[in-house]
Design a binder for this molecule. Structure first.
Ligand code: ADP
Length: 402
């Protein structure tokens, strides 16, 4: 009992804030919630406690400090709250998207860390400033005794070797602007890799994995003995796989060609991030559930979107299998990876060629739960592991604070 802590985990966007309160070290989630439309008139908070009781509260929330006050009120509520006093919260773990080359693991937030996150906003202008707003608001609200930690999306990938992170463009772009592959989704890849080791009863020292995170954003990572050695997202989360609305890999010359056709940089950026990917191919939706349903009903563009999506993932798995001496475990995670048995089946078709034999029956019966979906004789074990980035963050905070 003496070592128990309550850790609040925060994922802060520019107009939204997700929170979860964990009891550590058990990792039990006491409450999860979401404050949306911060700064708008119609802001609201949704909260679900561990006994599945749901509440929705409406209120004007002008800024992130007000959002924190609101979520603390909700956690303290006499009827549906989960704590009696704010002092029960021992630490706060914050998600930070970009940690640059400096942050290779989670850290306690000091003034220097805040300054660094601010400076790194140049590399992640949409995310780091929003993450900082959350950190500042939380620091203002909680007592000085409460420590805050930061978990960076990029940190896990800082072990990638230089030949995999350098782009073959003039060196001055790295020297002046730090243009290189950083990789994202690191917390998810790290979480599912260690959960997969547990599931397959292996230790990290002699295990190579390929982890495939397929959600709205998608990325693949090659992991050798616990270290990320390559990942499909790059300087930004736009590179690599086809995603909900992001293009993933394209010929960079297309951008210049579009300039020539009269598009400006803002439009092109918006197209590649918000109007591409599954949405562009299906001309219907960025949601794999809707696309799968349309494809099943004979929609040809939806079918094309699924095929292109699976094909790109397959190519990356092949590429990463080629750079490691063997692949022991292939992991599927993220909303699509965890839930779509069909997409898993499409991706794994022909991967027998590189020692990955899916068992179609197991694939269906495991469904969206943790489990192994490969044939017993498959040299590579294929596993489904639901991701839990927030729990990973809570463990990081707990380790740093205890
Ligand atoms: P985020 O990256 O925003 O965290 P998620 O990991 O929740 O997103 O993934 C969202 C994606 O998962 C959407 O494309 C959604 O359609 C897809 N998804 C969720 N459930 C299913 C399902 N049962 N079948 C197919 N796709 C699903």
């Amino acid at each position: 009992m003496g070592n128990e802590m309550k850790i609040l985990v925060i994922n802060c966007g520019s107009s939204s804030l997700k929170y979860q309160l964990f009891l550590m070290p058990t990792g039990e989630c006491l409450v999860r919630g979401l404050v949306e439309k911060i700064g708008e008139k119609s802001s609201f908070l949704k909260q679900e406690t561990k006994d599945s009781k749901k509440h929705e509260l409406k209120k004007d929330i002008p800024d992130h400090t007000a959002a924190f006050k609101f979520l603390i009120e909700a956690m303290l509520d006499k009827d549906y709250g989960v704590i009696k006093d704010v002092s029960e919260i021992n630490g706060v773990g914050h998600r930070v998207v970009h940690g640059g080359e400096k942050y290779i693991e989670s850290v306690i937030i000091t003034d220097e860390v805040i300054k660094d996150i601010e400076e790194l906003s140049d590399l992640a202008p949409l995310h780091n400033p929003a993450n900082l707003q959350g950190i500042r608001a939380a620091k203002e609200l909680f007592s000085k005794n409460v420590k805050h930690s930061a978990t960076f999306d990029t940190a896990f990938h800082q072990t990638i070797p230089d030949y995999a992170y350098f782009y073959a463009i003039p060196r001055e772009f790295y020297d002046k602007f730090k243009i290189r592959r950083y990789g994202f989704h690191g917390t998810s890849h790290r979480y599912v890799a260690s959960a997969a080791l547990e599931c397959c009863r292996r230790i990290k020292d002699n295990t190579n994995l390929i982890t495939v995170h397929l959600g709205n954003g998608c990325s693949v990572t090659a992991i050798e003995e616990g270290k990320s050695i390559d990942t499909s997202m790059g300087f930004t989360p736009l590179e690599g796989l086809i995603m909900g609305t992001r293009s993933g890999d394209i010929d960079p010359a297309i951008i210049n060609y579009l300039f020539g056709k009269g598009y400006d940089s803002k439009e092109i950026n918006n197209i590649l991030n918000k109007k591409s990917g599954l949405l562009a191919l299906s001309e219907k939706s960025n949601d794999m559930r809707e696309i799968s349903e349309a494809a099943a009903n004979g929609d040809k563009k939806a079918k094309l979107a699924m095929e292109a999506f699976a094909y790109r993932v397959k190519k990356y798995i092949g590429a990463y299998a080629a750079v490691m001496v063997r692949v022991d475990i292939l992991v599927f995670t993220g909303g699509i990876g965890q839930n779509s048995t069909l997409i898993r089946e499409m991706i794994c078709k022909n991967l027998e060629n590189i020692g990955m034999h899916i068992d179609l029956e197991l694939n269906r019966s495991v469904g969206n739960k943790t489990g192994i979906i490969s044939q017993h004789f498959s040299p590579t074990t294929i596993a489904v592991i639901p991701t839990d980035e927030e729990l990973r963050m809570a463990y990081d905070a707990f380790e740093l604070l205890k």
